[in-house]
Write a protein of this length. Structure first.
Length: 369
């Protein structure tokens, strides 16, 4: 369907008198009659006449008609669409209240209107997924903010993905995004890395779920998968999924051959030697996570990822301090205190879910335990 072009609403003559305003008002009276008093066909015909009058009238006349038509659900579509694409002072009541506007009309307004038009559309009740996607695509901060604040706006998964990505450069979006019911774990755990301490706590509380149901449902699959791995070869997809479900976090095989003997031993060495590449590789193996994920956690300036790592692996608070010190961090930044808040408030089960999901979504593929 072709896009409508902007309508020229400038008066075509300079001799319009009071009669034009009176005629516009009378025609609007007819258009606004209840359906019991006027047929659809008559309303459409009168709407065509009013359309021609209004497109050649001043903005004051158009604004008064727009305000009257805003509450008329049977208002002629072409007439309402023209006024809704008008200047914002004319269009505002229609943008706020009109139920005569279709999604096609709203898409045209998104395309042709001003930022004020789009902000007002973003506040409507409701906003469909299609309209929300079109509004979000422009990337305008006032529009995205209004959309996120409006719980009557329906955000499709691609729209949420777009907004989560935008939150990387606009931290103010993060606090609004984490309150959206459409937010899913994949988006939330990605958003985590761009949030402040308060928002990270909220995300971990909401999405750090207990995996008991999953563990019980697939418990017998571990033995079957191990048998298949011995006889016909391991299924990489099954191994990745079971790694997420497994109750055990640490890599016990790695601990047996590690020169440090345990994750705590590696942390102690890191406290004295610093975060060397060899030590980082060893910590990743002992913790049972992929090295790129560990590097991301160590590079993060907040203390929350380290707290998740230690709590999920059963390491104590001293180990957390050892990692922090080994990274050359000071206590003055407040990051260690934030890490301790997370460590003390997060259960082992929730910490494991978060760490496993990060590892799984990053394609973690460490050796078996």
């Amino acid at each position: 369907m072709a896009n409508a072009e902007p309508i020229d609403l400038k008066p075509t003559d300079s001799v319009a008198g009071k009669s034009r305003e009176i005629l516009a008002r009378r025609l609007a009276d007819i258009v606004c009659l209840p359906s019991s008093r006027i047929s659809p066909q008559e309303r459409w015909i009168v709407g065509d006449l009013l359309f021609e009058i209004l497109r050649n009238s001043d903005s004051g006349i158009r604004a008064r008609c727009a305000n009257r038509l805003a509450d008329i659900i049977d208002a002629p579509s072409a007439l309402v669409r023209m006024l809704a694409c008008d200047s914002f002072d004319v269009a505002e009541p229609l943008l706020e209240r009109s139920n005569a506007l279709t999604d096609f009309d709203l898409l045209e307004i998104v395309r042709l209107g001003s930022t004020d038009h789009r902000v007002t559309l973003a506040r409507r009740d409701p906003v469909s997924e299609t309209i929300a996607a079109s509004l979000a695509a422009g990337g305008e901060a006032p529009v995205l903010t209004a959309l996120l604040k409006n719980l009557k706006a329906h955000l499709a998964p691609p729209t949420m993905e777009f907004i989560v990505a935008a939150a990387r450069d606009e931290p103010a979006y993060a606090r609004l995004v984490i309150r959206r019911p459409e937010l899913r774990p994949r988006q939330a755990f990605r958003l985590f890395w761009w949030c402040d301490h308060t928002d990270r706590l909220a995300l971990m509380e909401r999405f750090g779920v207990d995996r008991t149901v999953m563990i019980e449902a697939v418990e017998d699959v571990f033995a079957r998968a191990a048998e298949e791995a011995r006889t016909t070869g391991a299924d990489a997809l099954v191994r990745r999924a079971l790694k997420f479900v497994d109750r055990r976090q640490r890599n016990r095989r790695a601990a047996k051959v590690s020169p440090y003997g345990s994750l705590e031993g590696a942390a102690a060495a890191m406290r004295s030697e610093g975060a060397t590449s060899g030590l980082m590789e060893e910590v990743a193996r002992l913790a049972g996570i992929a090295q790129p994920l560990l590097a991301k956690m160590f590079d993060d300036l907040g203390g929350e990822p380290l707290a998740v790592l230690c709590k999920a692996t059963g390491a104590d608070r001293d180990t957390l301090v050892a990692f922090w010190t080994g990274l050359g961090r000071s206590d003055s930044s407040g990051g260690l205190d934030q890490a301790m808040v997370v460590y003390d408030s997060l259960s082992v089960e929730k910490a494991q879910t978060i760490l496993r999901y990060w590892d799984w979504s990053n394609g973690g593929n460490t050796t078996s335990r």
